[in-house]
Design a protein around this ligand. Structure first.
Ligand SMILES: NC(=O)c1ccc[n+]([C@@H]2O[C@H](COP(=O)([O-])OP(=O)(O)OC[C@H]3O[C@@H](n4cnc5c(N)ncnc54)[C@H](O)[C@@H]3O)[C@@H](O)[C@H]2O)c1
Length: 436
C-alpha cells in the first residue's frame, strides 16, 4: 500500500490485483494541457486503474464534449464554468485539477479549497501578488493541500543537476547564468494565443519563466530576495509590418514568415477551430496584433537570500530552442547547453552536463532521456501523484503552495521592476518572508 501525493491510499499492486480505493478526479479547463498531460496521457498509460474522472468543467461546451471522447469517459458529467461549485458538491472529488488560463487559476483554487477539496494546479499558480495572497490565505484557513505541477523538476538531467549540486561537487554556489531560447515556432505560439495579454498570462515572465524560476529556487536551495529586470516588446505585436486577425483569414498568407496553417493539425482543429463558434477564440491569432502587451525579450537579475546572484534571460524568436545554464561554485563549475539538435551538428547521446573542478579536469556526464514528455519527467510526475511512487521525495521535486508562490513572485517582481524601473523586494509583495 502506498499513500499518494494527496494523501489518499491506493494499492501499490493496483495494476495486478485491483484497486483499494481510486482517487476521484475533477478537472476545470479542458484544453491542450488538461486533456493531454492530465487526460489522454493518463488514459493511455493505464491510470484509469488509479483514478476516476468524475467531472469536467469549462467555459466551452464543445471542448468538454471533445474531452469526453479523447479521454474515453463518455459518461463523465460536464459542468459549465458557472457551475464549478455544483460540480464539486455533486461529484465529491478528492482532487480538483486546475488547467485553465493562468489568470483564472486563483478563483478555482480558492473555491475548491473552501469546499474542502485538495487542489493540483498547473503552473503558474496565479499571475499577480493580490491573487497569490488570496490563495495563501485560503490555503491557511482551510488547511487543504495545493500542489503546483512543476513538471520541469522531474526531467532526468535536471534531477541529476540537483544531485550534483547537493553532493557538493562544485562547493557552494555563488552565481548562476541561465539563458532560455524559444524558437520562432514555439516562441511565436505564445503570441497567437491568450498568453499574448498580461491580463491572461501575467506576461511570459510569469507564464513561462515561472518554470525557470522554480528550477532556480529548487536547485539553489534558497528563496529569492530581490529582483531587477529589463524587458520590451520589439519583435511581435505592433512591430510587424503586416497583420490580420488570424492566419486562416489573413490576406498576407504568402508573404508572412509566421503564417501557420492550423487546418493541417487535426488535434488542434478538433480542440479549437471546431469550437470557436462558442467563444470566438482563434487558436491561430496573428502574432502581430497591435494590442499584444507582453514582452518578447526579458533580462532579469535575482539576488537570493543565501547571496547567490542569478543572470537570467528569455528570448522568444530564436532560430533554435534550448537553454544554457552554468552554476559557478567555490570548488568549480557545472554547466549545460541543452538544445534541439541542428542538422549541422553531430548527434550526441543524451543530455550532456559538464562538471569542471577548480584546478582539476572536466568530466562529461551524459543523462539519457526516458520515454514520455520532458525527457521522461512527465511519467515520473504522474507516477508520484497517482501511483504513490517515490513518496519520500528524495530530490524534493514536489512543489507546495509556498514553492508555487516563490516561483511566480520572481516573475511578478520582474514585471513590476520593468514597469517601475526599480528593484523589487520579494518580501514586499505578499506576507511570505523569503528564507534560505
Ligand atoms: N507545465 C507545462 O509544461 C504546461 C504546458 C502547457 C500549459 N500549461 C498550463 O496549463 C494551463 C492551460 O493551458 P493550455 O495550454 O491547456 O490552454 P488551452 O487554451 O489549450 O486550454 C484552456 C482551457 O480552459 C478553458 N477556459 C478558459 N477560461 C476558462 C474559465 N474562466 N473557466 C473554465 N475554463 C476556462 C478554455 O475553454 C480551454 O478549454 C495554463 O495554466 C498553462 O500555463 C502548463
Amino acid at each position: 500500500m502506498a499513500a499518494s501525493a494527496l494523501g489518499k491510499t491506493v494499492s501499490g499492486a493496483a495494476a495486478q490485483s485491483g484497486i483499494k480505493k481510486k482517487m476521484r478526479y475533477a478537472m476545470v479547463g479542458c484544453g491542450h494541457r488538461g486533456t493531454g498531460m492530465w487526460g489522454k496521457q493518463m488514459v493511455d498509460t493505464g491510470y484509469k486503474d488509479y483514478i476516476d474522472f468524475v467531472g469536467l468543467c469549462d467555459t466551452n461546451p464543445g471542448r468538454m464534449e471533445r474531452a469526453k471522447r479523447v479521454m474515453e469517459i463518455p459518461n463523465c458529467p460536464i459542468f459549465a464554468a458557472e457551475d464549478f461549485d455544483k460540480m464539486i458538491k455533486e461529484t465529491k472529488p478528492d482532487v480538483v485539477m486546475v488547467t485553465t488560463p493562468d489568470a483564472t487559476h486563483s478563483d478555482y483554487i480558492i473555491r475548491a479549497l473552501n469546499l474542502g477539496v485538495n487542489v493540483m494546479t498547473e503552473k503558474p499558480m496565479t499571475t499577480d501578488e493580490a491573487k497569490c495572497q488570496a490563495i495563501l490565505d485560503a490555503q491557511e484557513k482551510t488547511g487543504k493541500k495545493v500542489t503546483v505541477l512543476f513538471n520541469y523538476r522531474y526531467s532526468p538531467h535536471r534531477a541529476k543537476i540537483y544531485e550534483l549540486i547537493r553532493d557538493g561537487e562544485i562547493g557552494d554556489i555563488t552565481s548562476v547564468d541561465f539563458h532560455w531560447y524559444l524558437n520562432t515556432k514555439h516562441g511565436s505560439d505564445y503570441f497567437r494565443r491568450w498568453h499574448a495579454y498580461r491580463k491572461n498570462s501575467g506576461s511570459l515572465l510569469v507564464h513561462k519563466s515561472s518554470h525557470h524560476f522554480d528550477l532556480l529556487n529548487w536547485w539553489i536551495g534558497s528563496e529569492p530576495e530581490e529582483v531587477f529586470s529589463y524587458g520590451s516588446l520589439e519583435f511581435y505585436g505592433k512591430n510587424g509590418k503586416i497583420r490580420g486577425e488570424n492566419c486562416r483569414k489573413c490576406a498576407h498568407k504568402g508573404e508572412c514568415d509566421f503564417y501557420w496553417d492550423v487546418t493541417t493539425e487535426k488535434r488542434i482543429m478538433d480542440m479549437f477551430p471546431a469550437n470557436e463558434h462558442y467563444d470566438g477564440y482563434f487558436r491561430d491569432g496573428c502574432v502581430f496584433r497591435e494590442d499584444i502587451d507582453i514582452f518578447d525579450k526579458m533580462a532579469v537579475q535575482i539576488r537570493y537570500m543565501n547571496k547567490v546572484q542569478v543572470s537570467y534571460s528569455l528570448t522568444t524568436y530564436s532560430p533554435y530552442e534550448g537553454y544554457r545554464i552554468a552554476f559557478n561554485g567555490t570548488k568549480g563549475r557545472l554547466e549545460a547547453w541543452i538544445k534541439e539538435k541542428q542538422p549541422w551538428e553531430e548527434i550526441e547521446d543524451g543530455d550532456v552536463l559538464m562538471l569542471t573542478k577548480n584546478f582539476g579536469k572536466r568530466k562529461i556526464i551524459r543523462v539519457m532521456p526516458e520515454p514520455g514528455g520532458h525527457g521522461g519527467g512527465d511519467p515520473r510526475l504522474h507516477a508520484y501523484l497517482f501511483k504513490g511512487e517515490n513518496q519520500n521525495d528524495p530530490l524534493k521535486q514536489s512543489a507546495d503552495v509556498r514553492a508555487g508562490a516563490m516561483a511566480i513572485l520572481v516573475g511578478i517582481a520582474a514585471r513590476n521592476s520593468i514597469d517601475t524601473g526599480k528593484p523589487i523586494k520579494i518580501a514586499d509583495l505578499t506576507t511570505l518572508k523569503p528564507k534560505v
